[in-house]
Design a protein around this ligand. Structure first.
Ligand code: OAD
Length: 256
């Protein structure tokens, strides 16, 4: 990986009044949270998405699905934010209007100090009743810590007796409206757009980069591996987010 950061990118950042950072699971990889599509370590290399991450899967086998998300909640709870999460939180303090959009269901951005994070795919810590939509507060300790294949019955809603479901967006479901509108608005108005740690294959989230490109923003991808959008962005920086982002922040603004 080149150690050099484009001077033009640093200058664009210093000038920018609106910056967007759009993250995927790769930003949490250095915290020990598995990505989805990395060979061998990715969740979808080890589990079948259609058995775990669809409304049909939850109807068929609610305990398998609930147990899998409780396991993921336990993994996230044990993880700590990494240098990439912290650099993004610092960047927010350097830019007049900063928007952080994530596909991640973990809370590592918030634990690193980021505020008003737009979670396009929901959050592990926000289950809700599928009958009456009431939020359901999960116990501080997830109910299992062993593996991703253990069955745990989902809770029953105290309000209506309905079944509580994980607070994430499944395949085939719509993105939350407020978050999606805010994200597309921010992408269409920013001057610099970062796309960090995502394979950019899941839509509509992945289309945000195209929105920023159409708006003539400077677009920057940070990823150790090639992706389909390498040729479409202004700069594709090959490297781990926890290494590249702190360098960008330090070079652009000094400190940190
Ligand atoms: P993927 O697993 O598809 O992609 C993760 C990306 O992170 C890959 O391109 C890796 O090369 C990159 N990566 C790995 N380590 C990294 C590091 N240290 N620094 C930077 N990048 C790194 O995960 P997502 O793109 O987040 O959706 O997946 C998008 C959506 O697909 C998820 O939100 C989830 C999944 O199915 C739902 O559950 C609805």
């Amino acid at each position: 990986m080149s150690r050099l950061l484009p001077e033009e990118l640093l200058a664009a950042l210093r000038r920018a009044s609106r910056v967007v950072v759009f993250t995927g699971s790769g930003v949490s990889a250095e915290s020990g949270v598995p990505t989805f599509r990395d060979a061998q370590t990715g969740l979808w290399a080890n589990f079948d998405a259609m058995e775990l991450a669809t409304p049909d899967a939850f109807r068929r086998d609610p305990a398998l699905v609930w147990g899998w998300y409780e396991w993921r909640r336990a993994v996230v709870q044990k993880a700590e934010p990494n240098a990439a999460h912290r650099a993004i939180a610092t960047m927010a303090t350097r830019v007049p209007t900063f928007t952080l959009i994530t596909q991640n269901v973990d809370d590592l951005h918030e634990r690193a100090g980021s505020r008003d994070v737009l979670h396009l795919h929901g959050q592990l810590a926000r289950p809700y009743c599928q009958g009456c939509n009431q939020p359901w507060t999960p116990p501080a300790q997830p109910s299992l810590e062993a593996s991703g294949g253990t069955r745990v019955d989902p809770p029953v809603c105290p309000e209506c007796g309905g079944r509580v479901r994980p607070g994430v967006v499944w395949f085939g479901e719509s993105l939350p409206e407020h978050e999606w509108l805010a994200a597309t608005e921010a992408a269409s108005r920013c001057e610099v757009f970062f796309c960090v740690g995502t394979s950019s294959v899941v839509f509509p989230a992945a289309s945000l980069t195209s929105v920023a490109i159409a708006a003539e923003a400077v677009t920057v991808q940070v990823n150790p591996n090639p992706t389909d959008i390498d040729g479409a962005v202004t700069w594709s920086i090959r490297g781990a987010a926890g290494e590249v982002l702190p360098r960008i922040v330090a070079k652009a603004w000094g400190g940190d």
